[in-house]
Design a binder for this molecule. Structure first.
Ligand code: NAP
Length: 475
């Protein structure tokens, strides 16, 4: 029986486990470094943290949830949903918590996965599902270590972070910060928000789901399917806007412009929050509360460059010292590093970090030449800026189940052909070279500019291409 090790018990790892169990491969374990499942939904607990993709779509297609309290539910609900799915599909009992993987080595026939505690675990198939946004990125600001207040990254939030009556500094204006700031405005004595680049925003079409709707969903699951389909259509429009459709682009820009006109009366502040980068080169942010929060008298938007952190606050390029008690880094994640810090050694002793030195790449985002029987979930170029990544996870999970079947029945390792993988990578990168994502620097790109996280086309295209494993792609 094929023995399978999945690294990570977030949405991706659990999708893979469910699909493999469904296919009858039950000699599998999930190694999870934390003491709870959930990935980003376990780690991100900052005030205001919620889904920014409508939940009817941000959920497994095989486990639609009639219980969402709203279209964009808070993080606790998403975590509870995932835990419930893990339990319902028999995954929970297969997770080993507190087990962090240090390295994985292919010995020519099997993988040996070694934990940071030194335990060696053998597997025929290795499935890294560690996510793209699991490693917080904190900039190296001069003097940061001298700060005497509380400093915390949004992904390391704890209930003990003091906010009430404090002076708070928030660095960053990405998806995390735009949820956090409105949630703490009014509780803090004062908030300085440090903006390097104004983000594109759109109104968030949020709504609470009433009792009648929830009852109807329970009685008629087909209504949930309809809601999911409606959400899907909506994401097609936002997707079209950032993938070259001029009409959709104009409509979405117009809505964003109108939002600033309505929500920001002060022309000086409006100028500061008006984006100057191409729309969509970073994630477009859905929010109703961000701009009104910035317009509050107890919130200042600081656009001067940060030059240092002092013992008591932040110094900007104009020489002004901004005192603060709490410094919050909403500065994002090291998304382009993928499996770091896990050291993966493939065939002939080749290190994955060397293969990926110029930027991570994998055939269909799943499989890498030289690394037999290793299949990634949420690997390179499988992120989406406008729809649900869970859709992609499910496609990958089904692909991996097919791969495991080939391994199991053939009794031989499965390794993608280098020429197929190279041709695929050339195609993806040439399409990305014309995409909106090369229009600015973001977590989608490496320092050298290669877009390593995002899929260049529509989600349906990904499903079509990765829907059926082509045996000819492999040795
Ligand atoms: P992010 O989008 O990468 O934003 C990081 C912010 O920090 C940016 O505004 C960036 O400015 C700023 N920054 C970074 N280094 C800086 C420095 N040295 N000085 C000043 N500013 C600096 O990170 P994020 O907000 O954590 O979001 C990351 C991703 O997580 C999102 O795109 C989204 O996919 C996901 N997310 C999802 C949800 C959800 O609701 N589902 C919620 C939160 C996050 P620049 O723009 O100038 O680089």
């Amino acid at each position: 029986m094929t023995k399978i090790v999945i690294i990570g018990a977030g949405f991706g790892g659990i999708a893979a486990a469910v699909e493999l169990l469904k296919a009858g491969y039950d000699d599998l374990i999930l190694l999870e470094k934390a003491d709870r499942i959930g990935g980003v939904w376990r780690d991100n607990t900052y005030p205001g943290c919620a889904c920014d993709i409508p939940a009817p779509l941000y959920s497994y297609s095989f486990a639609l949830n009639p219980g969402w309290s709203s279209r964009f539910p808070p993080h606790q609900e998403i975590l509870a949903y995932l835990e419930e799915c893990a339990e319902r599909f028999g995954v929970s009992g297969r997770i080993r918590f507190g087990t962090e993987v240090g390295d994985a080595v292919w010995d020519g026939a099997r993988w040996t996965v070694t934990t940071t505690d030194g335990e060696a675990i053998e597997a025929d198939v290795l499935i890294p599902a560690v996510g793209q946004l699991s490693r917080p990125s904190v900039p190296h600001l001069p003097g940061a270590e001298t700060f005497r207040g509380v400093a915390v990254h949004t992904a390391h939030w704890s209930a003990g972070v003091p906010i009430e009556g404090r002076r708070v500094a928030v660095i960053g204006t990405g998806a995390s910060a735009i949820q956090l700031v409105p949630a703490i405005a009014g509780r803090a004595a004062h908030i300085d928000v440090y903006q390097r680049t104004p983000p594109w925003t759109l109104p968030k079409p949020d709504r609470r789901y009433g009792r009648a709707r929830l009852a109807a969903y329970r009685k008629m699951p087909s209504l949930m399917r309809a809601s999911r389909a409606g959400t899907w259509l909506l994401t097609l429009v936002t997707g079209a806007a950032v993938t070259g459709n001029r009409f959709a682009d104009r409509v979405v820009r117009g809505i964003s412009h109108l939002q600033r006109r309505i929500q920001v009366r002060d022309p000086e502040l409006r100028a500061k929050v008006t984006p100057d980068e191409p729309m969509g080169c970073k994630r477009v942010l859905f929010t109703n509360a961000w701009l009104p929060a910035l317009a509050r008298p107890d919130v200042d938007l600081v656009t001067e460059k940060i030059v240092a952190v002092t013992e008591t606050g932040i110094r900007t390029a104009d020489g002004v010292d901004h005192p603060c008690d709490v410094l919050i880094y909403g500065t994002g994640f090291a998304a382009t590093e993928f499996l770091v810090p896990i050291r993966v050694t493939g065939r002939d002793g080749v290190l994955l970090e060397d293969v990926w030195r110029e930027g991570a790449h994998a055939y269909l985002g799943v499989t890498v030449p030289g690394f037999p029987n290793m299949f990634l979930v949420y690997g390179p170029n499988t992120n989406t800026g406008n729809t649900s990544v869970i859709y992609f996870h499910e496609v990958q999970a089904r692909y991996i189940a097919q791969a495991v079947r080939v391994v199991d029945q053939g009794g031989k390792p499965l390794e993608v052909r280098e020429e197929r993988s190279d041709a695929y990578d050339r195609e993806i990168q040439s399409r990305l070279a014309d995409s909106v994502w090369v229009g600015c620097q973001s977590w989608y790109r490496t320092a050298s500019g290669r877009v390593v996280t995002n899929w260049p086309g529509k989600a349906q295209e990904y499903r079509r291409r990765a829907g059926r494993l082509d045996r000819a792609d492999f040795h």
